[in-house]
Write a protein that binds this ligand. Sequence first.
Ligand SMILES: *Cc1c(COP(=O)(O)O)cnc(C)c1O
Length: 369
Amino acid sequence: MGQPKPNPWVMTLAPYVAGRAKVDGVEKVVKLSANESPLGPSPKAIEAFGHASAALHLYPDPDSYELRHAIASAHNLSPDRIICGAGSDEILHVVAQAFVKPGDEIIHSRYGFMMYPVIAQTLGARAVAVPNKDWKADVDGILAAVTEKTRIVFLDNPNNPTGACLPKAEVERLIAGLPKDCVLVYDAAYAECVDQDDYTDGADLVERYDNVLMTRTFSKLYGLAALRIGWGYGSPALIDPMNRIRMPFNANVLAQHAAIAAVADKDYLAHVNAFTIKWRTWLAAEIMALGLDVVPSQTNFVLIQFPDDKDFSAEAANEFLASQGYLLRWLPGQGLTNCLRLTVGSEQDNHAVVALLRDFMDRGSYPSP
Ligand SMILES: *Cc1c(COP(=O)(O)O)cnc(C)c1O
């Protein structure tokens, strides 16, 4: 008797693991494991969401026409080069579906967004992980890893989970060294809260290079993670094939309307960014004062390094914080066994996490009951 046979590469795929959201025996938890916004979306986005719910019986606009135009006008971009999707995750998948086939290679940083190897494997392609340099992507390492099978290089800049960010000159050097038929997917999920001067969000690169796709999201600083809405910006050589294969109604009605209001509300975004920068700086300083290392962050999270000592390890700290209702992200699967990633939370939660970490560092894995 035969049975349905999945493609051979499917059954060896290790699925994406999302940030922890509950702990057994702890009733109220604070989730600081998925880089969600503690401030939530613009009130104008919530209002638009409410109005849009009158049209739940209608299919969404398959071209996200109004949203593309709202994004274009907020960022001064060409609306024809924009593609919207169910989170930037979908955009990352669609570009790979359009350009990668079984046996091809995609390159990503070892410490990079964990979806990249998952995407490669869903397509039967090989994910090539290049070690980072100073917590950032290593441009020379990536260029040395390129072969004639390389179809895509995924570069998250700033980097998740390290929070580090490459200067524009390094990104330019990467593009200049890549073959023209290899797509650079420049994932700028945290572009809004970067304050380093020599940064590019990638839009200017898209204008100059047909093989660069910039991706952006409404999930992080815009606080709309639940709605699944993101977008890409690229030349027709990228956007046209992507539009052919994406699902026609990939960006839902509620998401389109909330995002249109969110992207227009620049004051609210400025408020969120100022809050994020203030508290990531505060968290880094407070945590370093406890004797821990923190990677300088350009994002809404900080990566904390713990000592190589089992009583003061990242794993022990993670369990202690979880038992107190604070959920961080431990990433041993990625080789970051000694680190925890902490999302910037509310003022109160930031203070609470630092107090708990202080407690932990005073006593190690034997906190008093
Ligand atoms: C969160 C994140 C994304 C995905 O966001 P969506 O919710 O799918 O829009 C993409 N890239 C990086 C680096 C991220 O951190």
